[in-house]
Design a protein around this ligand. Sequence first.
Ligand SMILES: [Zn+2]
Length: 201
Amino acid sequence: MPSAFPPALERLIKNFSKLPGIGEKSATRLALQVLRWPEGQAAEFAESIAVLHSRIRLCSSCHTFSEQDPCPVCADPRRDASKICVVEDPGDLLAMEKAGAFNGLYHVLHGVLAPMDGIGPDQLKLKELMQRVEQRGGEVEVIIATSSTAAGEATASFLSDMLAEKGVRTSRIACGIPMGMDLKYADKMTLQRALEARIKY
Ligand SMILES: [Zn+2]
């Protein structure tokens, strides 16, 4: 079926619909909105996408996205280098930083183990984590903060086994019942984790 839209607009719709959570309807709405913008605003939008790959690289230490290497967190001498918090992706690091509750360093895995999707240990930044740990002679605490999904849990236990072999102190962030949540609405895994992470009175 030929499209009712000119090819240039159709192209933008197609590109928007590649984004997660954006269906054809939303993509069309977004593309039409961009078309309604003044030309300068649309150009600024395009430019912000165009420069991403040339400006942003991975920090060679923690592997988060950064315009500097090392990234500002790794370069900050006030951070406690004896603690490394392992997260799945740069978005998790950002969330932790916004919360301001952690003063150590990070390590971004860039995913979780998903054998069905062909993501094994070699596809994640695991080797790099082991290298960092070895550089510190094992004198480091690794806090595993992967998400509490099945894949996140599998990755956490794989990682803690790997680190235990090297005698590295490892902990897992406690995930459990969110504040204000009714127990009966918690799923099995959440309850299990909440019990495992119980605090002694
Ligand atoms: Zn870094």
